[in-house]
Design a protein around this ligand. Structure first.
Ligand code: NDP
Length: 400
């Protein structure tokens, strides 16, 4: 039985707490810490019959975070704060000799760069300290890495192309809002698009390439837009046979219209500007006036469908496999008080934690999800609420 310290009390942190409580065979004690303790207390109050300890921490501060870890003595630190805190929390784990897990790669505040090298650089230090870091244990990155590993392990002799396709076919009825932290979300979708082709990254303008994809489970055709996403970097490294890797996401016309205007007027800038004698970052100001993603939970209806289309060769012939999950916003909300975007991130975070704490996935060093056996993870993920669906095809179907 294990004790976990969860850092970050946002939408994902809420789901992580609810789900850890459900996994009674693994977690015997839970501490939830965040910058604003009141948010931790509010989540703890939602949980009956299981005491959740709460604490205040500034996770940018290594000394403070290490002191919290020493006091709480967890077996694992589960980081669901923001990507800015990743390195500081990894340092605190090194100081205290405790395993680490996160759901998004480190980002420096002043440039929207989605690269693993900062965290991969910790490989030797984690290995030498005998502790483990599991990177990107959300849905994408996270489950999409595991789906790719499953395609390579069970369905294809050689994996040649992947399309990671993320649909939010739900609606919250607001004119413009993001489904998770607006600052992180808008940095991601406005970043230059990169996809992998024949051994190099090809750069194109953000969201400039559009296709249509016919989603399963009654969702039907939706427009998808190509963008960069961090899991492609680790996947093309760990599966060098992949010649082409692309990431696609659905956006409503309404979302794109608002985003274009916000960009044109400078509200998505991440550099400081002078305003009435004060320095402000326009995107951080925008975050303050947009709806809190946490408030969208009761309003959001519909489903998400996130998956990987993997193309390759099996038995000398072309073969395609589509591995995906469908998650319903209202079902997720009923169970955890959070919509499906937070749910599909929090459930894989807890599943990754269970893999580490039970020893199913455990080795010292810094690892991405696809470097472990996908099957025990997907079995537990299904038990925790995110079942995997699979469609096989004897031909390669092109996106139109
Ligand atoms: P929220 O903004 O809702 O929550 C973030 C939480 O972190 C807040 O409680 C915030 O505190 C806390 N926090 C921020 N800075 C600090 C700090 N310095 N010290 C301590 N706590 C801090 O974000 P989400 O819950 O939506 O997202 C959480 C993480 O999940 C993010 O890293 C995001 O990128 C990732 N994610 C991953 C996905 C995946 O599929 N892999 C998908 C979606 C999200 P306060 O409230 O006081 O600001």
């Amino acid at each position: 039985m294990s004790k976990v310290l969860i850092i970050g009390a946002g939408g994902v942190g809420r789901v992580v707490v609810h789900k850890c409580v459900q996994a009674k065979d693994v977690f015997s004690a839970i501490t939830l810490a965040s910058r604003t303790k009141a948010k931790c207390d509010a989540i703890a109050a939602e949980i009956a019959h299981f005491p959740i300890a709460t604490a205040q921490v500034d996770a940018d501060n290594i000394v403070e975070t290490a002191a919290l870890i020493r006091r709480e003595k967890p077996n694992l630190v589960l980081n669901v704060a923001l990507p800015y805190q990743d390195l500081a929390i990894m340092e605190a784990c090194l100081e205290t000799g405790v395993d680490y897990l996160d759901t998004a790669n480190y980002e420096p505040r002043d440039t929207a760069k989605f690269e693993y090298h900062w965290q991969w650089n910790y490989q030797d230090r984690f290995r030498d300290a005998g502790i483990m870091a599991l990177l990107g244990s959300g849905f994408d990155p996270g489950v999409t890495n595991v789906y790719t590993a499953l395609a390579a392990k069970k369905y294809l002799d050689v994996i040649e192309e992947i399309d990671i396709i993320d649909a939010n076919a739900g609606s919250h009825g607001q004119p413009f809002a993001t489904n998770f932290n607006p600052e992180i979300n808008i940095r991601e979708v406005t970043a230059l698009c990169r996809h992998w082709q024949d051994g190099r990254w090809i750069e194109t303008p953000a969201l400039a390439t559009k296709r249509s994809f016919d989603f399963p489970d009654g969702i039907g055709p939706m427009n998808i837009y190509r963008m960069y996403h961090e899991e492609m970097e680790s996947l093309v490294k760990h599966f060098p046979s992949i010649r082409k890797a692309q990431f696609w996401m659905t956006f409503s016309d309404n979302y794109l219209k608002h985003l274009e205007v916000l960009q044109n007027v400078g509200m998505t800038r991440i550099d400081e500007v002078e305003f009435q004698g004060q320095k402000i970052v326009p995107l951080q100001f925008l975050k303050a006036v947009l709806p809190d993603p946490g408030s969208l939970g009761p309003l959001t209806k519909g489903k998400t469908c996130i998956g990987v289309v993997a193309k390759g060769i099996r038995g000398g012939r072309k073969k395609q496999v589509y591995i995906y999950n469908i998650c319903d916003h209202q079902v997720a909300f009923k169970e955890t008080n959070s919509q499906a975007i937070s749910y599909t991130t929090g459930v894989p975070a807890v599943t990754g934690a269970i893999m580490m704490l039970t020893g199913a996935w455990h080795k010292p060093g810094v690892w991405n999800m696809e470097q472990f056996d996908p099957e025990p993870f997907l079995e537990r993920l299904a038990v925790l609420g995110l079942p995997t669906q699979i469609r096989e095809d004897d031909q390669w179907l092109q996106l139109t």
